[in-house]
Write a protein that binds this ligand. Structure first.
Ligand code: KIV
Length: 278
């Protein structure tokens, strides 16, 4: 049975911590799903860790839908959240609704995520009223990077902390089922967590959140352009891949790959006759 938004909400009530991970393709989604992670985010971080863009801003609906379809084909149990890309929900509530619906109808996702607080609350309300669960995302919101002036910790001053709390409450009131808190001081994230009834999912927001989300390429040590402070590398897959690929290249060059184990046989008389006739 697939995880539902109600189950995610109940996890907060029961004091159960929520693990969330990104995935961008079928194979990875299958592994994440089989590991029992209840929430999979097809994050627009795919722009950076899969497509090689410098930020998430160039990511399009078509790119997100392409990867969301791959993930939903692989994830049978987890609740899949599609990340709405830049300018697909800010222009009008109608457009936000239409694009959110595409994630569900065309992508097969069960929910969407969008960045912003009070400024997107009306769009959140509209999408939720349309029957689509919404996850909010406040704090360091990469789609607003030019306004934020860089990848900085958010909510450190009293004024900024108050604004983040108001944003979280506005999302709760608009009907969001959970909210991501990104790069927020741990004490503030813990305070927001106890001030709202919906689960908070932290990334660089300390252990006081109801759950945690990480970019899978970061925790697997696959994306090596930079390692964010909030990420812990549970493996160094880039090194493992590099060694395997170098070994393969060496064996091809030496002629030790393929061996009989990777080759196919045929009746010797057929090949002998072929040679005779040519
Ligand atoms: O795009 C993404 O992967 C995200 C997470 C970092 C929360 O938004």
């Amino acid at each position: 049975m697939r995880v539902s938004v109600n189950q995610i909400r109940e996890m907060k009530t029961k004091g159960e911590r929520i693990a969330m991970l990104t995935a961008y393709d079928y194979t990875t989604a299958k592994i994440v799903d089989a590991a029992g992670v209840p929430l999979i985010l097809v994050g627009d971080s795919l722009g950076m860790v899969v497509l090689g863009y410098e930020s998430t801003i160039p990511v399009t609906m078509d790119e997100m839908l392409h990867h969301t379809r791959a993930v939903t084909r692989g994830a049978r149990n987890a609740l899949v959240v599609g990340d709405m890309p830049f300018m697909t929900y800010q222009i009008s509530e109608k457009e936000a609704m239409r694009n959110a619906a595409r994630f569900i109808q065309e992508g097969g996702a069960q929910a969407v995520k969008l960045e912003g607080g009070i400024n997107v609350a009306k769009a959140v309300r509209k999408i939720v009223n349309g029957g689509i669960p919404v996850m909010g995302h406040i704090g360091l919101t990469p789609q607003y990077i030019h306004q934020l002036g860089g990848f900085k910790i958010q909510g450190k001053s009293l004024e900024a902390a108050k604004k983040l709390l108001q944003d979280a409450k506005a999302l709760e009131e608009a009907g969001a089922f959970a909210v991501v808190l990104e790069t927020v001081p741990a004490a503030l994230a813990a305070y927001i967590t106890e001030s709202i009834s919906i689960p908070t999912i932290g990334i660089g927001a300390g252990v006081g959140c109801d759950g945690q989300v990480q970019v899978i390429s970061d925790i697997l040590g696959l994306f090596t352009d930079f390692v964010p402070k909030h990420a812990k590398q549970y493996a160094k897959l880039a090194d493992v891949m590099s060694k395997a690929i170098t070994d393969y290249r060496d064996e091809v060059e030496k002629g030790s790959f393929p061996t009989e184990a990777q080759s196919f046989t045929m009746d010797e008389s057929v090949i002998a006759e072929l040679k005779k006739q040519n």
